[in-house]
Design a protein around this ligand. Structure first.
Ligand code: NAP
Length: 307
């Protein structure tokens, strides 16, 4: 699609995801104007300083005024209050979407505040880094990544098609699914792995027989990849676990069973079981590379820093 998809996009919250959206929208000319706002004066000031958004307003109400697309890009636990604050100022016919990592909780927190005549299409770009804040965004974050949209049944197809065009314009592939299914898929692919990484790094932190300097020095042996994930934003991840409780607990239950099975195989010296298990997991990794969702370059494609 060429030319603007929306006239005025309002970005509520100016962290990693919203700032990446701004740079991607601007690069591809997907909106005539992008207005942004954030909770703290400090973030709004930074945004003005680095030219993040065409206009930065001090309040959510001012930001959504006359916008035909409003994007909620704040932590999941804050979405309801933000939706309530902006609701009276939403333009008729506008679309409200979000980028939250959990979907059912957002549908329940935001949905009741959306006025008649405004479309509500929750969304979730499956793209991120461990960095946050207004300076962390970049235009290519969504390139070749998935964005999942979870419109409620009965949502106007034209409104969904327009939002899809925006995400595709920013480089993403778009798929639609139901909110509960989204939450289960993400519990497997993202939420449980994050919890495991947090735990692993926490364990290393507790182990006094291995010194901190040894943990850091020899981290390339596997630990380093956990530390990157475990460096993710604490507020965002607290909210993910509080709002995707059931699916995460279900997957963690399964995880614990598998862990016990592996533990038993190690204890009993069942090499056959371990080999078969690792052969199966290796095939999953190959599938991810073949789907273009990661690189098989040595060391995960990391640029050598000389360190
Ligand atoms: P971020 O960089 O930490 O930015 C969060 C923004 O939300 C900031 O502008 C912050 O304002 C604002 N905010 C925080 N608490 C708030 C509150 N209680 N009320 C109003 N505004 C508040 O976060 P992000 O990584 O862009 O994440 C934003 C959303 O995207 C989250 O819902 C997250 O689940 C989702 N998401 C994140 C990733 C990822 O990897 N990071 C990936 C996909 C989706 P101040 O700066 O003024 O504090």
């Amino acid at each position: 699609m060429s030319g603007p998809v929306y006239d005025r996009v309002a970005l509520i919250g100016l962290g990693l995801i919203a700032s990446s959206m701004f740079w991607a929208i601007r690069k591809a000319g997907l909106a005539r104007e992008v207005v942004g706002t954030a909770r703290s004066a400090e973030t709004r000031e930074t945004a003005r300083e680095i030219g993040l958004c065409d206009r930065v307003t001090d309040t959510v109400a001012e930001a959504v005024e006359g916008a035909d697309l409003v994007v909620l890009a704040v932590p999941v636990g804050a979405m309801g209050a933000v939706a309530e604050a902006m609701a009276p100022r939403l333009a008729p016919g506008a679309t409200v979407t979000d980028v939250g990592s959990v979907k059912r909780a957002v549908v329940e927190a935001v949905g009741p505040h959306i006025p008649e005549g405004v479309h509500f299409i929750p969304g979730h770009p499956l793209a991120g880094t461990e960095h946050s804040g207004p300076r962390s965004g970049f235009a290519t974050l969504f390139d070749n990544r998935w964005c999942l949209l979870v419109p409620e049944p009965g949502t106007e197809p034209e409104a969904v098609a327009r939002l899809r065009a925006l995400w595709e314009g920013m480089g993403a592939h778009v798929e639609e699914m139901d909110a509960d299914h989204h939450d289960l898929v993400l519990a497997v692919t993202s939420h449980a792995p994050h919890l495991i990484a947090y735990t692993m790094v926490g364990v290393a932190d507790d182990l006094r027989r291995v010194t901190d300097s040894e943990v850091i020095k020899y981290s390339a042996a596997g630990f380093r990849d956990f530390t990157r994930i475990a460096a993710s934003d604490p507020t965002m991840w607290r909210d993910v676990f509080l709002t995707n409780k059931d699916a995460t607990l279900e997957i963690l239950g399964r995880f614990t069973e598998e862990l016990f099975a592996l533990q038993r195989a190690i204890r009993t010296g069942d090499g056959e079981m371990l080999h078969a298990y690792f052969t199966r997991t290796r095939a999953i990794r190959r599938g991810i590379i073949e789907a273009g969702q990661d690189t098989d370059a040595p060391d995960f494609g990391r640029v050598k820093t000389g360190a």
